[in-house]
Ligand binder design. Structure first.
Ligand code: AGP
Length: 608
């Protein structure tokens, strides 16, 4: 995934592009570049490394000065991160930036070579598009862009400038997200809203196959056939602060602290008279009552939220739920029936594998429900029904608040399905919903209570080569997320394991001093989990136990006990998540890692 931006207006274009790119660095950060019209000529500056490396380079070598241009922050797919592979890429008269992937770039390259366009400098798929556009360009940019769009296959969003069309930026969307911001006498292009929020909250969402032309502070749109379009101007409900760190050292810790509010904003509008009401999302008890099986499909953290969903829906609604990794589900020819429900969970709404599941389900008769954070994203638009989570922008690559709100939606859905299926009555549902309403407060209390302990305990983890997360039932579902969080930002290997399964092989890994983090919030399973904690302790493990304030656990089996505020056992995952996030965060900080932008990762994976 990459981030693209563009600007046409009275401000210093380079400053705007750089500022906007800082808000998109979460999308990719192995190289960056810009192209700006300076005195009618396109000037390019690009560099391997972070955006700060580009800025440093421009400070030394001079920055392009002008009022129209495009910019890019890259997460390499074709060709290693290097100066030459950095965007923008150019043909003779065309310069462009690209987010996405061009599947048939090899054939096109071959075609261009055969037609004597042999000047390829980089290993990227993007340069091929620039050269193809140049090949077809005879003075009419829209005609050339449309021709190219008919020939290239893949997912892409492009920002383009033509050498003989000064002060004009063209933008194109096919699959990869793209918006055009409208300010007073200035216009912006960006892959995501946070990039432009400092300048304007008003934006147009480009749809598949649409082309935008930005000129003289205004924008015009046309479709793939060249027909002019009128588009609806939307207004972002985020303010500038939500895309800034707001005094916190990292986005991740800011986002951890935002969780109580995010959960409140997500659940409160969906509760009416003490009962869940998802009708504004197109979901009624009538639509849920005849559902046979549920499939929850997602990637990474979102899939882990689905795991919690499975336990809760099966427990309360007695409907069979299968949770699958999207990249597996899409190729395993799953048995989906007419009355089944396929739930796709995604923060970004743009994850390639999760998106592919929607096409797979079409034609099976099953209904699709998207649980998505980013409004207007592809998955949200393509599903039959959508529940938006209201976490606001999540910038840190490691997902925290998006996971938390996904959990809250899983609970609301479980309550609603249980009611629809007649497995609980309204009175029981009111009790459960009332407990869910208390969760934001309890999360807040948990953050304040355990933050210092987690900071301290993390100092014991930084030297570990490997560690284990164990739990049973909901605690197992949760430990999967704890383990992922730790490994993605601390770079310490970790594995999550069903506690009862340890003795079937994995316990042989336990040796003197190995940290084992046990999640033990499920009282009905506590005794069993405690036995597993003792087993690893007896083999030399350093045990860290996350449990509620009252859990009776033999202290001798525990090196560090993190006690969290208590709530109904079924809702405990939302509280127990907090120490796991904080342990991961402080371990990463203590190791001196780049917490918000861990190596090799991008915020959302829009390519397969
Ligand atoms: C979370 O910390 C990860 N960075 C990652 O697993 C993420 O949850 C996954 O890529 C799915 O993304 P999505 O929610 O945007 O679909």
């Amino acid at each position: 995934m990459c981030g693209i931006v563009g600007y046409v207006g009275p401000r210093d274009c380079t400053d705007v592009l750089v500022e906007a790119l800082t808000k998109l660095e979460y999308r990719g950060y192995d190289s960056a570049g810009i192209a700006v019209f300076e005195n009618g000529k396109i000037e390019v500056a690009k560099s391997k490394g972070r955006l700060s490396d580009l800025v440093g380079k421009m400070e030394k070598e001079g920055k392009p000065k002008g009022h129209a241009g495009i910019g890019h922050t890259r997460w390499a797919t074709h060709g290693e991160p290097s100066d030459v592979n950095s965007h923008p890429h150019s043909g003779r008269r065309v310069t462009l930036v690209h987010n996405g992937i061009i599947e048939n770039y090899k054939e096109i390259k071959q075609f261009l070579i055969e037609n004597e366009h042999t000047e390829f400098l980089s290993d990227t798929d993007t340069e091929v598009v620039a050269q193809l556009l140049d090949f077809y360009y005879t003075g009419n940019p829209i005609r050339a862009i449309r021709r190219v769009m008919h020939e290239i296959r893949g997912s892409y969003a492009l920002g383009i400038v033509f050498a003989d069309r000064p002060e004009t930026v063209y933008a194109v969307r096919c699959e990869s997200p793209l918006i055009v911001g409208q300010g007073k006498g200035e216009v912006f292009v960006a892959s995501d809203v946070p990039a432009i929020i400092k300048y304007t909250k008003d934006y147009y969402l480009l749809e598949y196959g649409e082309i935008a032309v930005l000129k003289n502070g205004a924008v015009n749109f046309c479709d793939l056939h060249g027909r002019m379009l009128e588009k609806e101007l939307k207004t972002a409900d985020w303010d500038e602060d939500s895309a800034e760190k707001g005094g916190y050292p990292h986005f991740m810790i800011k986002e951890i602290h935002e969780q109580p509010t995010a959960v409140k904003t997500t659940i409160m509008p969906r509760i009416e008279n003490g009962l869940p009401n998802l009708s504004e999302c197109g979901i009624t008890r009538e639509t849920l009552k005849d559902i046979n099986n549920i499939f929850i499909v997602a990637c990474g953290t979102a899939m882990h939220a689905g795991m919690v969903g499975k336990y809760v829906i099966e427990k309360l609604a007695r409907v069979s739920v299968t949770v699958d990794i999207a990249s597996e589900f899409r190729y395993r020819d799953p048995l989906i029936g007419e009355n089944d429900l396929v739930i796709i969970i995604s923060q970004s709404g743009e994850t390639a594998d999760s998106k592919a599941v929607l096409s797979l389900v079409k034609g099976t008769g099953a209904k699709t429900l998207a649980v998505v954070n980013v409004k207007g994203s592809s998955i949200a638009r393509e599903a039959d029904m959508v529940i938006y989570t209201h976490a606001g922008p999540e910038i840190a690559v490691a997902s925290t608040k998006a996971y938390m709100v996904q959990l809250s939606v899983m609970y609301l859905l479980a309550f609603e399905i249980s009611l629809a299926k007649g497995k609980i009555d309204e009175e029981k549902c009111r009790q459960l919903t009332a407990q869910l309403e208390q969760v934001p407060e309890v999360i807040d209390a948990a953050i304040n209570k355990v933050v210092d302990e987690c900071q301290y305990i993390s100092t014991k983890l930084i030297t570990a080569d490997s560690l284990l997360y164990i739990g049973r039932g909901l605690d197992y579902a949760l430990s999967m997320e704890g383990s992922l969080k730790l490994k993605e930002i601390s770079y310490i290997h970790s594995e999550s394991y069903a506690a009862g399964e340890l003795k079937h092989g994995t316990i042989s890994l336990v040796e003197e001093g190995m940290p084992v983090i046990a999640v033990a919030t499920q009282n009905t399973l506590l005794e069993k989990t405690v036995s597993n904690i003792k087993e690893v302790k007896a083999r030399g493990a350093m045990t860290i136990v996350i449990c509620d304030e009252k859990a009776e656990i033999d202290e001798e089996a525990v090196d560090y006990m993190i006690r969290i505020p208590q709530i109904n056992e079924t809702l405990m995952p939302m509280v127990a998540t907090v120490p796991m996030q904080l342990l991961a965060y402080y371990t990463s900080v203590n190791k001196g890692n780049d917490v918000d932008k861990p190596r090799n990762l991008a915020k959302s994976v829009t390519v397969e």
